[in-house]
Design a binder for this molecule. Structure first.
Ligand SMILES: [Zn+2]
Length: 356
């Protein structure tokens, strides 16, 4: 790399773009994006997620490549191992390898999602990484087999709430050795809808007190979808204030060259079915928020910009190498069945019956 800016990457899980929020949630979020623009962010208003689920999306971003394109990819791995490997990509993918070989220091905030669990000390050895993934997988499996552990993770516990608030308030990057790669994956506005507009714990949205998203929580029922939309918008309003504070703090505390990415991995899941592509609102699910602050001139945002190209564009600017842009493609994966992957067209397929 010719230039080594500090890189801050914040994922707000499930955060839709302005068009989606207007169309499906009757919520005008333009004040927030205007605030980001005022801080120097470029808004990619037509960004597209490659998949419908967090982990293959995150893996595609951090490997700069589509993580799965057909049933034969990863065919030797059981679904949960694939998920563990995908979830490890922020510290074990190609982007991480490039940054590590350029002397970057890594800092993560806890996400609260089992498959996005990050090690405290980033090892550079592939062998150690593999053992971390395997250990994580077996620990998660083991814990889920214990009734009391599962019980601890039933609705109304405050663990996730606390993790989310702490991630928004985390400023550990100030003390970290530079150059830094800081990754903060925050479960917001993704369910549970346990945070009210002021940031206080709420049990108002009683059907959405777990991490379940889409049809796993709405059952595609009209009234539950309505409740989802209310809880989601309230969590977005809270997130907006906290995230503006967070990026403001980064900008004020770091006078070095930097790149700050604030994005949804995918959009909201109010009209999203985990099992059926045809009953999912693809325009809601595949259209996330993407905003990038960069002290280097990145190519301006274009139509239908795939998240897979984020680091291709960044490394093209920071190095001598040209990382060619990949074509924008979209795929649907039924829950737990990545081998049933289907290439899709998000314009002509799917359905959005509860447009507001
Ligand atoms: Zn997600």
């Amino acid at each position: 790399m010719n230039s080594k800016p500090n890189i801050y990457h914040i994922v707000l899980d499930g955060y839709s773009n302005n068009h989606g929020l207007n169309t499906f949630y009757a919520f005008d979020n333009s004040k927030f994006t205007k605030n980001l623009k005022g801080l120097g962010f470029n808004i990619y208003s037509d960004a597209t997620s490659p998949y419908n689920q967090t982990l293959p999306i995150i893996s595609s971003i951090f490997n700069m490549e589509y993580s799965i394109t057909d049933a034969t990819s990863n065919r030797f791995l059981p679904p949960k191992s694939i998920m563990s490997a995908w979830g490890a990509s922020p510290y074990g993918g190609i982007v991480a390898d490039l940054l590590k070989s350029n002397g970057y220091n890594f800092t993560f905030t806890p996400s609260g999602y089992g498959f996005l669990k990050f090690p405290d000390n980033i090892s550079t050895s592939k062998k150690d990484l593999k053992s971390h993934i395997t250990k994580n997988y077996f620990i998660t499996e083991y814990l889920n087999s214990l009734w009391w552990y599962k019980n601890l993770h039933t609705p109304n516990n405050k663990e996730l709430y606390k993790t989310t608030i702490e991630a928004f308030l985390d400023h550990s990057y100030i003390k970290s050795k530079k150059p830094i790669f800081y990754y903060s994956h925050i479960l917001s506005p993704h369910p549970p809808f346990d945070i009210d507009i002021k940031g206080d714990f709420t049990q108002k949205y009683s059907n959405f007190s777990s991490i379940n998203d889409g049809s796993h929580s709405t059952k595609m029922d009209k009234d539950l979808i309505k409740e989802y939309k209310s809880g989601y918008v309230e969590k977005i309003k809270f997130s907006n204030e906290y995230i503006i504070n967070k990026v403001n703090n980064i900008i004020n505390n770091d006078s070095n060259n930097k790149i700050i990415i604030v994005q949804g991995d995918h959009g909201g899941g109010s009209e999203y079915s985990q099992e059926s592509l045809e009953s999912s609102c693809l325009q809601e699910r595949y259209k996330p928020l993407l905003a990038i602050y960069s002290d280097y001139k990145l190519e301006s945002s274009e139509e239908n910009y795939t998240l897979v190209n984020i680091y291709r564009d960044i490394f093209t600017v920071l190095s001598n190498q040209n990382f060619e842009k990949l074509e924008t493609k979209t795929y649907y994966l039924p829950w737990g069945l990545p081998e049933k992957i289907t290439p899709i067209n998000i314009v002509t397929q799917g359905t959005c019956p509860y447009k507001t």
